[in-house]
Design a protein around this ligand. Structure first.
Ligand SMILES: [Zn+2]
Length: 276
């Protein structure tokens, strides 16, 4: 019997999240011969429509948005050389407080155990050594990101399969660096205020980040994956940096390790430290 290789599974909320927060690691580990599995939980129907039409505006046709974003997702996976794309097909819940939160089939109102059961089935099939998802705030408070976190942690507990589990995060110093570049480029950029904002604080102090992965050699692939999702305004924002600047600024992805059975020492520079 052939020896089973290593497998990375990333669980994301919408088409395009795989590129923004894990495009570098997906590309890097695929290049290293690791099987990569992307699970995208929702259909992204609350995104911008063809021609930039916003949800709720006349002419925003959810079915057309879903079809367009599925194509974009497949192009992004091709750029990142993702081995297996799995979509759970839940309806995008929109931002917190939108009526879509409670619409039939919305991811946000799907019972955690129901969606976690489906994810657990995928975890049993692919047997990932490493699973990556968001923190309990979904990084920035989007209901679908919070739900992706919840079902992932529930599915990990049900299966007990992955040796390591990570949440994506950004070091506080990177926000400052990012803000400087944005100002240089003349882009209006409000640095997230750690002090008085009532929402979750974004990212982590640098010394709380456990895992720093160099993805600088894969910045072009990450840029191309993001470019595949150019229908979404927030991605155009990144693309305006231009490829060279983007690669320079986005050459590292950072994580916090929340489960580990390998005993790999921290901080580490490899999601698979202790496994190879
Ligand atoms: Zn998202």
């Amino acid at each position: 019997m052939a020896e089973r290789g290593l497998t990375l599974m990333a669980v994301h909320a919408h088409p395009d999240d795989e590129a923004t927060s894990t495009g570098g690691v997906l590309a890097r580990y695929a290049a290293e011969g690791i099987t990569t599995v992307l699970v995208t939980c929702t259909d992204g129907r609350c995104g911008d429509g063809p021609g930039g039409v916003k949800p709720g505006e006349p002419g925003h046709d959810p079915a057309a948005v879903v079809a367009m974003r599925q194509e974009e997702l497949e192009a992004s996976c091709a750029a990142l050389k993702v081995s297996h794309l799995e979509t759970l097909g839940y309806a995008d819940s929109g931002m917190m407080g939108w009526p879509n939160n409670d619409m039939p089939g919305a991811f946000w109102t799907t019972p955690v155990v129901e969606a976690a059961d489906r994810l657990a089935e995928l975890i049993r099939r692919y047997r990932p050594d490493v699973v990556v998802t968001y923190d309990e705030n979904g990084f920035y408070g989007h209901p679908d990101h919070i739900q992706a976190h919840r079902i992932t942690m529930a599915a990990v507990a049900m299966t007990d399969i992955p040796a390591k589990v990570y949440w994506t995060t950004i070091p506080h110093t990177a926000f400052a660096e990012f803000g400087r570049v944005m100002k240089e480029l003349g882009v209006e950029w409000a640095e997230p205020d750690a002090g008085d904002a009532p929402g979750p604080q974004l990212g982590l102090p640098d010394d709380e980040i456990t895992t720093w992965v160099d993805t600088s050699s894969y910045g072009v692939q990450k840029f191309d994956a993001l470019a595949a999702h150019a229908s979404q305004t927030e991605n155009i924002f990144f693309l305006r940096m231009g490829r060279d600047r983007f690669v320079e600024l986005m050459g590292r992805e950072t994580f916090v390790r929340v489960r580990d059975t390998t005993g790999a020492a921290l901080p580490e520079d490899d999601l698979f430290a202790g496994l190879r």
